[in-house]
Design a protein around this ligand. Structure first.
Ligand SMILES: [Zn+2]
Length: 292
């Protein structure tokens, strides 16, 4: 295993990376403060990463047009409404134009949207799905970047991780990113085995997001998700204590891939001390293996 561990810059500043033992970063707008302030911070972080030769990725979208309605992380590539689909592609292209200059290692994109229930028929869904993959791949190719789609089980029409692996397999500029927390919620919603899914997705993915949660509810039904959002991974977290998974087992599996791993957690659960302990605890696993 190599140390390819990084962190999302929403809760950690670039200056702290070294002392935390982290090697890469992912910039994301986050949700704290005004859009303008968040964008300025993001641009400054990119600048700092470049000056210090720190590898980085970008969680899209970074640039949001004023008339975009809804939450900035919501996507409508697979919406029944063709106008909403078109707006999503327009926003993506607008961001990719900028990525040509920023040149991240890769971009992360939410893809399938949130459609928990089937509301009416959607006959041409399969065609729309196929053409969305092709179009995103063509855009990424045109703007010379790689887009990793984040696997989630929130779209009832496209929730099977095997299908995600299958659909992205042959694409030149589109790949997958597995998020340990969203995968857990998908395993609850669709009743599949977490570790088998992780096994299949780990080798098919090109990067990872790391966070965890507690309990057996998903999203709105999860007390811990509602209260603490993404919880920092810590090797003491075990399934027998109601954690989503044995963090050490999951982290060891993911780290075997030697691919970028981005901690995507807030400091809300037990504060900053636990946050830093969690980071140190997973780094010590990497170090064990490096010296073995
Ligand atoms: Zn994520």
């Amino acid at each position: 295993m190599i140390n390819n561990l990084g962190i999302n810059t929403v809760h950690v500043s670039v200056d702290n990376l070294n002392e935390l033992g982290l090697k890469r970063m992912e910039m994301c707008l986050g949700r704290l403060g005004s859009y303008q302030d968040r964008l300025i911070k993001m641009e400054r972080d990119i600048q700092l990463a470049k000056e210090n030769d720190i590898p980085f990725s970008i969680h899209l979208p970074m640039y949001i047009e004023e008339d975009f309605e809804g939450d900035y992380l919501d996507v409508f590539f697979l919406d029944p409404d063709p106008v909403k689909r078109e707006l999503s592609f327009r926003m993506l292209e607008y961001n990719l134009q900028k990525m040509k200059e920023i040149k991240p290692d890769y971009c992360v994109l939410h893809f399938a949207g949130v459609y928990r229930k089937r509301r009416g028929p959607f006959e041409d869904f399969d065609d729309i799905l196929t053409s969305a993959f092709e179009r995103i791949n063509a855009l990424a190719h045109e703007y010379e970047t790689k887009i990793l789609l984040e696997y989630m089980g929130s779209n009832i029409r496209f929730s099977n991780y095997e299908d995600w692996i299958e659909k992205t397999r042959g694409l030149s500029n589109v790949g997958l990113i597995t998020d340990t927390g969203h995968l857990y919620f998908a395993s609850l919603i669709h009743a599949f085995d977490y570790m088998s899914a992780l096994e299949a997705l780990a080798s098919a993915s090109e990067a990872f997001h790391l966070w965890t949660t507690k309990g057996t509810g998903a999203y709105n039904d999860s007390e811990y998700y509602q209260k603490y959002h993404h919880i920092i991974p810590h090797v003491d977290q075990r399934r027998k204590d109601a954690w989503a998974f044995d963090t050490e087992v999951v982290f060891r599996r993911v780290a075997q891939e030697n691919k970028p791993m981005i901690i995507e957690a807030s400091t809300m659960f037990r504060g900053r001390a636990y946050f830093y302990q969690g980071i140190a605890s997973i780094i010590s696993i990497l170090e064990d293996n490096i010296t073995e």
